[in-house]
Design a protein around this ligand. Structure first.
Ligand SMILES: [Zn+2]
Length: 403
C-alpha cells in the first residue's frame, strides 16, 4: 500500500499507470473523467473518440452486444447542468473557453436521453440496492433482462435543481453519494477550487516544488496549461497536505474554498428533502472525500464507518452502500474492499470501468461503473458504451478487475 509523503510529486515523475487512469471510456470524481493528464490530452481524447466512433460506425458495438454486454451496468454522474452552465469547450469551438471540469457535468437533456436509450435497449432501471439480488440471480443462471442503476457522486446542488425532475419524469430511481463534510459546508472540492482560482486570476503564485513560482496566464490555453501542471501535483499530494494546500492557495488568490463548497453542495435540509423521495437513495462517500488507499487503515475505516453513521443520524437512511471517492485503483484497492465488507456495506462502487457480470456477485464491494461524461454527450457514444465492447477491450477481455 503506497502512502505518499507530505508535499507533492513532480507530475513528470508520476508513474505511467497513473497517467492512464483517466481515460474516456469512463469517468468520475474528479479525475477519472479526464482523458489523461497534461500534455497529449487532446491527442488521447482524439484517439478515444475515434475508437468509439469506429466501434459505432463499423457496427461492431451493436454486433457484439450479445456477447460483450454484462448483466447490468451502474451509471455514474456528478453534475447535471443546463448547457448554458456547461463548458463551451465541450464543443471544441470556443477558443476562449477554459472548463477543465466540464467532463463532470451533463445536461438534463442528455440525462433524459440516456434514461430513454437505456430503456430502449431493454435495460430495467432499478434501485442500486437491488443490484446484489440481480447479480445473485445471474450467478444462478436466472438472469432476467439486463439492469441499470443511476448514481450521482458528491451531492452537488444541481442534482436537486436539474436532475431530480428528470428522474421523476421517467420514474427512474437514483442514488446520491454524500460526504458529510461537504453537506456541512466545510469540505474542500479542490478540483472546483483550482478551476475557480485559475479562471479568476491572471497570475498564479505557487510554492510547489518543481513548478514555477509565478505562472502568468493570458489566454484560455495558458489557463489550461496551468491546470495541466497543477492538477496532478495536487491530486497526488498527501491527503491532508492537499486540503491544507488548496485552502491556502485558493485564499491567496481570492477564493474561499468552504464558501464555494456551500454554494455547490446540497446542505442537510436539501438532502432531507430529496431523500424523502422514494426514488432517491443516499449512500456514503466517506466523511471528507478521502482517497482511502492513500490513508492509514484506522483513518480509512473511520472515514467509511463515520460517514455512514452521520448520514443515518442526519437523514434517517440506512446509508449501507458506499462509493469510494475517486474510486480508481490508486484510491480503492483490496484493503478498502475488505474494509467495506467488514463494516457491513451491502455494496461498494469503484470508478473502475466496466459492465457488471454474474461473477461480480462475489465482489460486491468492488463493483465497476460506467460514466456519463460531459465531454461525450452523444447518444451514439452511449450506445457503444452499453454494448460492453470498449470495456472488454480496455480490460483486455477480463470481466473482473477487482485486485
Ligand atoms: Zn466524489
Amino acid at each position: 500500500m503506497e502512502v505518499l509523503t507530505q508535499g507533492c510529486r513532480d507530475p513528470a515523475q508520476l508513474p505511467v499507470s497513473r497517467l492512464r487512469q483517466g481515460n474516456l471510456f469512463m469517468s468520475s470524481c474528479p479525475d477519472e473523467y479526464r482523458d489523461c493528464f497534461g500534455k497529449g490530452t487532446s491527442v488521447m481524447s482524439f484517439v478515444y473518440r475515434t475508437v468509439l466512433d469506429v466501434l459505432h460506425r463499423s457496427g461492431l458495438a451493436r454486433a457484439s452486444r450479445g456477447t460483450c454486454r454484462g448483466v447490468g451496468v451502474v451509471f455514474m454522474l456528478h453534475r447535471v447542468l443546463p448547457a448554458t452552465f456547461s463548458a463551451a469547450s465541450t464543443t471544441g469551438t470556443a477558443g476562449d473557453a477554459f472548463a477543465p471540469n466540464a467532463g463532470l457535468a451533463i445536461t438534463p437533456e442528455f440525462l433524459d436521453a440516456a434514461i430513454a436509450i437505456t430503456r430502449q435497449q431493454g435495460y430495467d432501471i432499478i434501485p442500486l440496492r437491488e443490484v446484489p439480488a440481480r447479480l445473485a440471480a445471474a450467478r444462478e443462471g436466472k438472469a432476467r433482462r439486463p439492469f441499470a442503476a443511476f448514481t450521482l457522486d458528491d451531492g452537488y446542488r444541481d442534482n436537486m435543481e436539474h436532475a431530480w425532475e428528470v428522474f421523476r419524469r421517467h420514474e427512474a430511481p437514483f442514488t446520491i453519494f454524500v460526504a458529510p463534510a461537504y453537506a456541512d459546508g466545510e469540505g474542500e472540492l479542490w478540483w472546483d477550487a483550482l478551476e475557480q482560482v485559475i479562471r479568476a486570476n491572471d497570475v498564479l503564485h505557487c510554492d510547489l516544488p518543481g513548478l514555477p513560482r509565478s505562472i502568468p496566464m493570458v489566454s484560455a490555453a495558458d489557463k489550461q496549461a496551468a491546470w495541466d501542471m497543477l492538477y496532478p501535483a495536487i491530486r497526488y499530494m498527501d491527503e491532508h497536505a492537499q486540503r491544507e494546500f488548496i485552502i491556502r492557495f485558493a485564499a491567496r488568490h481570492g477564493v474561499d474554498v468552504h464558501q464555494q463548497c456551500r454554494e455547490l453542495i446540497m446542505d442537510w435540509n436539501e438532502l432531507r428533502e430529496i431523500a424523502a423521495d422514494e426514488l432517491c437513495d443516499i449512500g456514503a462517500h466517506t466523511l471528507h472525500h478521502r482517497a482511502l488507499a492513500r490513508t492509514p487503515e484506522d483513518e480509512a475505516r473511520h472515514e467509511m464507518a463515520a460517514s455512514r453513521q452521520r448520514l443515518q443520524q442526519e437523514l434517517g437512511v440506512a446509508a449501507d452502500m458506499l462509493a469510494y471517492p475517486y474510486g480508481d485503483a490508486d484510491s480503492a484497492g483490496p484493503r478498502e474492499f475488505a474494509l467495506a465488507r467488514e463494516l457491513g456495506f451491502t455494496l461498494a462502487l469503484t470508478t473502475r470501468k466496466g459492465h457488471l457480470y454474474a461473477e461480480h456477485a462475489d465482489h460486491l464491494t468492488a463493483l465497476p461503473r460506467l460514466s456519463l461524461n460531459g465531454f461525450y454527450q452523444q447518444p451514439h457514444y452511449l450506445d457503444v458504451l452499453l454494448s460492453g465492447l470498449p470495456f472488454l477491450l480496455y480490460n483486455r477481455f477480463r470481466r473482473l478487475n477487482v485486485a
